[in-house]
Design a protein around this ligand. Structure first.
Ligand code: ADP
Length: 384
């Protein structure tokens, strides 16, 4: 072990906690794991405190003592930075108090992250803890893309604008795509499609984001595992009046019981594919709605960018599902996107091209690595 250089990255969700201990310089992963089903009735892990202790116990049984392994920082993924936080931020009591205030904006996501931060600071008091925000990369969205066309004063009072999420991933993937193409990121116009349980698209012009599909919350945009994505806001009022649903009921339905799960009873894309194979009509429709929405965003972002150099697919579905990539871009030859079927269906690990050599726009698969990007951000924050 040479000096203090490892970073522990912690990603606390509402019912799971993922961690990775890594060397930010080499990217080498020393240990990683996750604790699931936090707080669920039959679970042995009642809360985030217990989850983090369990993670540390697992590390200890693998021979890793976090107090003596050369830990230089703990990086925490925080979903919503609001208007306040758009740079990696060293956590102290005052910052945590400000994060608590933002919980109203992201009630599903920020509170578990704050719990994770509090517990981790208590268990590892000797190292700096850094918050890295999912919204940060999109802080510079142009006003025309960030602004909702609603009452201006109301929007200003309540901070209602499009913040965008998955920023760490969109930033990382656009950088890796540029490296792969051997061009400076500042010279390229790119579309990044992050398709995992949560899904989002972004348009990036010469290294800066110019549009993204998620908005005030991660509910807007593409069809996701359990979230609706774009929906007529009129549905909200209609359900309240006609079905007598409360605000929490409607929000819960849109966040937890919509998307692929709502349409097909299944949120996992691999199992959805199996259901389609076996002739399940609801699964087929869910897939078709997912693809249709994705194609609309690709078309929109080609128009927003005017000229596009690369379209990159990333995250669980984007990296692994060749059919999704094929169907998302089918018939877009005249728009400059031509998939090479053999390349698209070939397996691979790193960044790779799946378009034909003469496709005017390069279509790439670029594996995302949010933990590595968070670790890099930590190092940058500490060297400022
Ligand atoms: P998150 O990090 O948002 O939880 P991931 O990026 O891990 O999600 O993506 C999870 C999704 O990716 C799931 O729907 C899963 O079924 C899908 N996925 C993972 N591997 C494959 C694969 N080989 N083929 C198709 N879909 C896959």
């Amino acid at each position: 072990m040479t000096g203090n250089r490892l970073v522990l990255v912690i990603n606390s969700g509402s019912s799971s906690l993922k961690y990775r201990l890594l060397d930010p310089d080499s990217g080498e992963v020393r240990a990683s794991g996750q604790v699931e089903r936090i707080g669920e009735p039959s679970s042995e892990v009642p809360d985030h405190d217990a989850a983090l202790r369990r993670a540390f116990d697992t590390l200890a049984s693998d021979g890793i003592d976090l107090h003596a392994c050369g830990l230089s920082a703990v990086g925490h993924r925080v979903v919503h930075g609001g208007m306040t936080f758009y740079r990696p931020t060293i956590l102290d009591d005052a910052v945590i108090a400000q994060l608590e205030e933002l919980s109203e904006l992201a009630p599903l996501h920020n509170p578990p992250a704050i719990r994770g931060i509090e517990v981790a600071r208590r268990l590892l008091p000797g190292v700096p803890h850094v918050a890295v925000f999912d919204t940060a990369f999109f802080h510079e969205l142009p006003a025309a893309a960030a602004t909702y066309a609603i009452d201006r004063e109301l929007a200003q009072t309540w901070g209602i604008r499009r913040y965008g999420f998955h920023g760490t991933s969109h930033h990382f993937v656009s950088g890796r795509a540029a490296e792969f193409l051997g061009r400076p990121v500042g010279e390229l116009n790119q579309i990044v499609l992050h398709l995992g349980n949560g899904a989002s698209a972004s348009a990036i012009a010469r290294g800066r984001p110019v549009d993204t599909s998620m908005g005030l919350t991660p509910l807007e945009g593409l069809v996701m595992g359990t979230r609706s994505g774009d929906i007529d806001p009129g549905v909200f009022g209609y359900l309240a009046r006609a079905a007598h649903m409360s605000v929490p009921d409607i929000e819960s339905m849109l966040n937890h019981r919509s998307g692929l799960l709502g349409l097909a009873g299944e949120r996992d894309f691999r199992r959805l594919a199996e259901m389609i194979e076996s002739g399940d009509g609801a699964a087929r429709l869910a897939y078709d709605v997912f693809i249709h929405r994705l194609r609309k965003y690709i078309g929109a972002y080609l128009a927003v960018l005017g000229h596009t150099d690369a379209v990159s697919f990333t995250a669980g579905i984007g990296e692994n599902d060749a059919a999704v990539r094929r169907d998302a871009l089918a018939g877009m030859g005249e728009l400059g996107l031509v998939i090479d079927d053999r390349r698209n269906s070939a397996a691979g690990d790193g960044p790779r091209r799946v378009s034909t050599d003469d496709s005017p726009i390069a279509v790439l698969v670029v594996p995302t690595d949010e933990e590595l990007a968070i670790a890099h951000d930590c190092v940058r924050a500490l060297s400022r």
